[in-house]
Ligand binder design. Sequence first.
Ligand code: ADP
Length: 265
Amino acid sequence: GTTSYIHARVAPLTSRLILVLADDRTREHRVESIRRDFVANVSHELKTPVGALTLLAEAVGEAKDDPEAVARFSSRMHVEAERLTRLVQQIIDLSRLQNDTLSDEAATVRVDDLVAEACEHSATEAEHKQIEIATSVEPGLLVHGDRSELHAAVSNLVENAVTYSPDGSRVSVIAHRDDDDVRLTVTDNGIGIPNDELDRIFERFYRVDPARARTTGGTGLGLSIVKHVAASNGGTVEVWSEPGLGSSFTLVLPAHQNDIDEETA
Ligand code: ADP
């Protein structure tokens, strides 16, 4: 497992063994209840787009003499189908990550590629909202990790920044080396997150405002994927946010020992 916080708890030597055993049982119990909640939540979340698709399919059938209505329902079906696809993909990503072993697909990954791909991923939505995504990546930065997992994490952060920002605002993605780490920060001037919700947003299916998240197509899984990717690649994720001002998420990953220049030199 990646988390050993239980063993990190300070305890007098004599009671240590007992404490660890007791905590392991508690942990098992908790893992099981999280798993059960997850399955219940997945079922619930899948029912929403499937239900909408069913109703819309019926509506299309009934409106067949009204081309305008057919077009309107079809485009909503498209939105719901996309939401469903995204949800299923995120559930697959998450269940793969939850094995919690260090990723075995580890490779040397260029940070500038990760950033470029993440921006590309949100380019259409950003353009639609006239949001400029500014990037600044220290040349030659490399991380050691699972390429597709890291791609999913960075893309999720940029996507959130764009989603929760007003039209015409600015998003920035900055990556630089800090001792043995690479720090990749995505900053937006969006709606921000209330302080007392900051520790909850990384939970599966947690959304600050479920009603709004539904209209933005959110699943509540993105940040829990980010958190798991960070953990299974030996890193962490930090967040700073101020309602009304914006948010800033930093992915901290172990840097690859050699930057590109040194490696090819
Ligand atoms: P979602 O698919 O709903 O975006 P996430 O797990 O990615 O799910 O995020 C969880 C919640 O955290 C979101 O519903 C949103 O309320 C909040 N959130 C995430 N990123 C941002 C951001 N950049 N600005 C404001 N709120 C955010």
